[in-house]
Design a protein around this ligand. Structure first.
Ligand code: PEP
Ligand code: MN
Length: 348
């Protein structure tokens, strides 16, 4: 931390600041200037009290961090990219994985048919919500436990690992018993108590970015999980709330590039929830790949026109397959290889 003092601070006042730095457990190194003096405080902010408290001293102008606040996930501390293993899928390396499946698990037939369809087209993980966070309490909120049982059956039928959302702490055990990846949705992305409970499962976590979370808040949420002892975190950019109304959210492509640069964690992009409309899936997927994404999550339904949630943004398994074929050269250009589902199809 660098503590910048106000212009012409007296020697006596500099000594007061130095004592404050020592009292908080840091070592002060003062750099004297004609007008501005700064005190560099050497010590680990993650294990000591925050130096921000010194801002209450009248002679202190600024207290500026020099290290990233997300130490465990940062590339600065760990240059190697993290690869998260889910079954046979290694996410975050040179293979580009696509998670696909319905927004909601609606029935056994709808889920298993869609799962078989996306596998045949090349998806390597299956998504589907059993517990749905809905804006209106009158909307379909998922089948709950029955939905989890259907997902287990879909995995038995296809072999695809399951990605599904957990909404609350008291559901973590049963969702963990059914799923291969626990999804934390945008609405819960800063629910730190829930993050610690999902972390304790040790399972891979797909952490969506909050609707209005800054990149730093998103990365610090991931830091919570890793700090709790679970290194298996994948970040998911799913669009943020802006003034734009042409799309449901605004896909923040810069955040993908920054998350790749700043953190060592895999980054997945969800163009379905970003756009809210299926005609933008190809361009947004290409943009995500160009920005460095390690994979995509796309909503697919056997009959989007009859979907109980997010119908406008879901595509059929056939359209999903055509999207994969269209993006495959872009994945290659980005230096990665599109994954092929074992026993299924694939564009690669
Ligand atoms: C979802 O992926 O099912 C979902 C609800 O997305 P988000 O949390 O990004 O809105
Ligand atoms: Mn959805």
């Amino acid at each position: 931390m660098i503590i910048v003092l106000k212009p012409h601070t007296s020697k006596e006042d500099v000594a007061v600041v130095e004592r404050g730095v020592v009292d908080l457990g840091y070592e002060p190194h003062t750099i004297w200037g004609e007008v501005l003096t700064v005190v560099a405080a050497v010590g680990d902010e993650t294990t000591h009290a925050s130096l921000q408290a010194l801002l209450s001293l009248p002679m202190v102008d600024k207290v500026m961090p020099v290290q990233r606040p997300y130490r465990l996930i940062s590339r600065e501390t760990h240059p190697e990219s993290t690869v998260v293993e889910v079954g046979d899928c290694r996410i975050g390396g040179d293979v580009f994985h696509v998670i696909a499946g319905p927004c909601s698990v609606e029935s056994r037939e709808q889920t298993v048919n869609t799962a078989l369809g996306v596998k045949a087209q090349g998806a390597t993980l299956l998504r589907g919500g059993a517990f749905k966070p809905r804006t209106s309490p009158y909307d379909f909120r998922g089948l709950g436990q029955e939905g989890l049982d259907i997902l287990v059956e879909a995995r038995r039928e296809t072999g695809l690992p399951i990605v599904t959302e957990v909404l609350k702490e008291t559901d973590v055990d049963r969702v963990a018993a059914a799923a291969d990846v626990l999804q934390i949705g945008a609405r819960n992305a800063l629910n730190y108590a829930l993050l610690e409970v999902v972390a304790a499962t040790g399972m891979p976590i797909l952490l969506k970015r909050g609707l209005a979370a800054t990149v730093e808040e998103w990365l610090l949420a991931a830091e919570y999980i890793v700090k709790s002892g679970n290194p298996n975190v994948m970040l998911c950019e799913r669009g943020i709330r802006t003034y734009e109304t042409a799309t449901r959210n605004t896909l923040d492509v810069s955040a993908v590039a920054i998350a790749k640069q700043e953190s060592r964690l895999p980054v997945i992009v969800d163009p379905s929830h970003a756009a809210g409309r299926c005609d933008l899936l190809i361009p947004l997927s290409k943009a995500a790949i160009a920005a460095g994404a390690d994979g995509l999550m796309i909503e697919v339904h056997e009959h989007p026109e009859a979907a109980l949630s997010d119908g406008a943004q879901q595509v059929t398994p056939e359209v999903f397959g055509s999207i994969l074929r269209e993006i495959e050269p872009f994945v290659r250009t980005a230096g990665k290889r599109l994954a092929v589902s074992p026993g299924g199809g694939g564009a690669a």
